[in-house]
Design a protein around this ligand. Structure first.
Ligand SMILES: Nc1ncnc2c1ncn2[C@@H]1O[C@H](COP(=O)(O)OP(=O)(O)OP(=O)(O)O)[C@@H](O)[C@H]1O
Length: 355
């Protein structure tokens, strides 16, 4: 007999591949309806950027089609991103579900490029996304997001000034670049850092966010400490290049986050290989190969993905048109999108495991 119960029954063995639990038991199947041989239901994923979305939908359709009398299976896909666990000694931000730091052991490895494109890719998938550019040395997220000339609006709230983030390509942004004088030497910016990070976290009109991405200054300094001690973080991502020296720096970064109780979600290897614009099928391992994979294995954290060195990626950053928007079919855009999905999946798994 074809009814809602029999549909749920055949769907019960279908598992979420990341959580390894039944979709039905996870309450991810809702609104089952049947009309003339057409079964429809809503599949509620744990992130709009689910890397296995198509795979799960196909699994569901295949299962339901085994029921006699089913001619068509219509699946509406939505998502409810879980809220990371709060910690007794760290204050979360109201409305913000998950805070993810993008970090690197040293400068110039492409941390901001990864942070900006991951934020945009999550927004493209349908998530509500904010980005804090906390890099005092090179606050370049505004340029990369096409917001170089943006002004942050400040309004008076009961507890002081409230920042109104700038917005472009689906991402809300606050940046050190909006607040500091670019001609001011870095040595004078340093002492302001803690205060500004706290203001970015607690005195910004973020609204509801699934993900708040933080582009950290390079290294293992005060900003990392301030952030980790202030808010509960869903995790940190470490960006590296394949060279050994960059990897040594990453190891330091990894240890620091682990000591502060921040889970390291994985490593992103940037500038993994070069794709010449005139020969898109060729690739050159300029900085050696497999460095990120080896480091991830050695450090016991996942490799979230490898981003090739491509000229349009740099040009997009300079022009304020992230590659994920400007050339979504390029190898680097696809890699960055897949990395965003990996991050989202790991954050959801961790949030649900600790719930
Ligand atoms: N995979 C890539 N292919 C081509 N250019 C890249 C790639 N990754 C980064 N770049 C370029 O390299 C430069 C440095 O990148 P980015 O600013 O993202 O690095 P960073 O680690 O954030 O640096 P900083 O330490 O200054 O904050 C930028 O001009 C960027 O466009």
């Amino acid at each position: 007999m074809l009814n809602a119960d029999s549909v749920l029954e055949v769907l019960r063995p279908v598992q979420d591949p990341e959580l390894r639990k039944s979709l039905v038991e996870l309450n991810m199947i809702r609104n089952v309806a049947i009309a003339d041989g057409t079964v429809s239901f809503t599949l509620v994923l744990t992130t709009p950027a689910c890397p296995l979305r198509e795979f799960i939908v196909e699994d569901c359709q295949r299962a339901v089609k085994t029921l006699p009398g089913v001619q068509e299976v219509k699946v509406e896909v939505t998502a409810e991103t879980p809220h990371q666990k709060s910690l007794p000694d760290r204050t979360g931000i109201e409305g913000v579900k998950n805070i993810v730091a993008i970090s690197s052991g040293k400068g110039g490895v492409g941390k901001s490029t990864v942070a900006v494109n991951v934020a945009v890719a999550l927004a493209q998938a349908g998530a509500k996304v904010g980005l804090i550019d906390a890099d005092i040395y090179g606050p370049n997220a505004p340029t990369m997001l096409g917001l170089a000339d943006a002004q942050v609006m400040v309004s008076k709230g009961p507890q002081g000034d409230i920042l109104e983030p700038a917005f472009n390509h689906g991402v809300k942004l606050v940046s050190m670049g909006f607040l500091i004088d670019p001609d001011q030497p870095v040595i004078w910016r340093g002492p302001m850092l803690n205060g500004i990070i706290r203001q970015f976290l607690y005195q910004t009109q973020w609204g509801d966010l699934d993900y708040l991405i933080v582009d950290m200054p390079p290294g293992t300094g005060d900003a990392q400490l301030t952030l980790a001690q202030a808010v509960p973080m869903a995790g940190a991502v470490i960006v590296t290049t394949p060279q050994t020296v960059a990897l040594l720096d990453s190891r330091r970064g990894l240890k620091m986050f682990q000591q502060m109780g921040v889970p390291v979600l994985g490593i992103v290897e940037n500038m993994s290989y070069f794709i010449p614009p005139d020969m898109p099928d060729r690739q050159y391992d300029i900085f050696g190969s497999e460095g990120g994979a080896k480091a991830a294995q050695e450090l016991g954290v996942p490799l979230l993905g490898c981003v090739p060195l491509e000229i349009p990626l740099r040009q997009g950053g300079d022009r304020g048109l992230p590659i994920t928007v400007g050339d979504p079919e390029s190898a680097s855009a696809k890699a960055l999108k897949a990395i965003a999905q990996q991050i989202a999946a790991k954050v959801s798994v961790a949030a649900l495991a600790s719930a």
